[in-house]
Ligand binder design. Structure first.
Ligand code: ADP
Ligand code: ASP
Ligand code: MG
Length: 402
């Protein structure tokens, strides 16, 4: 008997029947003697629909007002789920982020949880209530509502599990667990019984949306007992943990795709010391995150530097660099966002040169051209044309997993 945090994503609460199904999972856990805190996302495409509604009124709405709007989606699903549980005769209460004590910083639309004041939650649990909490939201020091970034309900759930010292945090979703690639897009994707926090963090950061990457970071920091499981099938899920059984073996645990990538190339740069420092410090001042960087060998006294940023940052990055054209000394900037990043993730790659060549062979056989490469201890990423991305993921997945 313990405390279990259960999170249900948008597709798990999309309509009345699905909410009743979630109510059954929650009450079944409660009936087995556990205390339950359930964290819910907004129903189905509600968050996208709300964004669209805002666009119709004001395409440049402030992030504060967007958070005020978007937070309502989770309030609807939570109250409806509490009503379903009431109807089943169990004690239940739904709480918004602020009622549940979720405090955040003030970065509207991408806020970070700073602490959770657990008094109210603990009081409700003491009364033997099932507690339903809105995911994705909190309040800042001005008592304004903030949201945590798209997919952020996973992070709400893990943060609540950490703050309440829960015995288990279950992320219920529309697939059976974490797979070797997106099971909806990649033929032959296999479910993983377990995966390390580090590998999961890389996969999530590199585009596997099954978990919000910050939720994995937090689960690792607070050693939360984390599991990804289906709301519908009843099959065992995937355990996400510090150490897995196969730790010492070199293996690729997954393939991920990220389309939120843009590439900028500064062409004809002066080949002088300090130029990389100048470029990337300008971008850092604008808080623009740079991912893969490639510098060409100089031709005469010029060279090129290419790098990738998130699509949303590309225009600002270009503008900042153009504004500093004389200071930097370059010929022109090429921008492309018709690209995607395809990555493989797995422990022990750095000590196994064969892994990279196997990935490149798969891409060569599939006729996919690579424009940039980046490696780390546990991942290899390549940049390809967006049109080739799905073919590339399938080819790489077939190579390692068929
Ligand atoms: P939820 O609404 O429950 O939060 P998401 O849509 O955010 O669900 O995440 C689940 C989806 O993640 C799955 O439907 C699947 O298509 C996608 N996905 C991408 N990569 C993976 C992966 N490696 N394993 C499992 N699911 C993945
Ligand atoms: N409803 C939010 C979103 O669609 C949060 C979440 O689902 O995790 O991004
Ligand atoms: Mg999600």
């Amino acid at each position: 008997m313990g405390l279990i945090v259960q999170k249900f994503g948008g597709s798990s609460v999309a309509d009345a029947d699905k909410i009743r199904n979630v109510a059954c999972i929650i009450t079944e856990t409660y009936r087995r003697g556990h205390s339950v805190v359930a964290v819910l996302s907004a129903q189905g495409d509600t968050t996208d629909d709300l964004i669209e509604k805002a666009r119709e009124i004001n395409p440049n709405a402030s992030k504060r007002e967007m958070d005020m709007l978007l937070s309502t989606g989770e309030q609807i699903s939570c109250s409806l789920c509490a009503m379903a549980i009431e109807a089943m005769g169990y004690p239940v209460i739904s709480l918004t982020g602020w009622q549940a004590g979720v405090r955040t910083n003030s970065t509207y639309s991408n806020a970070r949880i700073s602490r959770i004041d657990t008094e109210r939650l603990l009081a409700e649990l003491d009364k033997k209530c099932i507690v339903i909490v809105t995911g994705f939201q909190g309040i800042n020091k001005y008592d304004d509502i903030t949201t945590l970034g798209r997919g952020g309900s996973d992070t709400s759930a893990v943060a609540l599990a950490a703050a309440l010292h829960a015995d288990l945090c279950q992320i219920y979703t529309d697939v059976d667990g974490v797979y070797t690639a997106d099971p909806r897009r990649v033929k032959g994707a296999r479910k993983l019984e377990e995966i390390t926090f580090d590998e999961m963090l890389e996969l999530a950061t590199l585009g596997a949306q099954v978990l919000h990457n910050r939720s994995v970071e937090m689960a690792k920091r607070y050693n939360v007992n984390l599991e990804v499981i289906s709301s519908f099938s009843g099959n065992p899920g995937t355990k996400v943990k510090e150490v897995v059984k196969k730790m010492e073996k070199t293996h690729v645990s997954g393939v991920a795709k990220d389309k939120d990538v843009a590439r900028l190339a500064l062409v004809g740069l002066q080949d002088t010391p300090g130029i990389a420092f100048k470029i990337f410090s300008l971008l850092a001042k604008e808080k623009i995150n740079v991912d893969i960087i490639l510098q060409s060998i100089g031709r005469g006294d010029t060279k090129d530097i290419s790098f990738t940023v998130a699509k949303g940052d590309k225009d600002r990055a270009k503008q900042v660099l153009e504004e500093n054209r004389e200071y930097l000394g370059f010929d022109h900037i090429d921008v492309s966002d018709d690209i995607a990043k395809v990555s493989i993730v797995g422990a022990g790659m750095i000590n196994n040169p064969g892994v990279a060549s196997k990935m490149f062979e798969a891409l060569y056989n599939a006729g996919v051209n690579i424009s940039m490469i980046s490696t780390s201890e546990i991942k290899i990423s390549v940049l390809v044309d967006a049109a080739d991305a799905d073919k590339a993921v399938q080819a790489v997945h077939d190579k390692f997993f068929s």
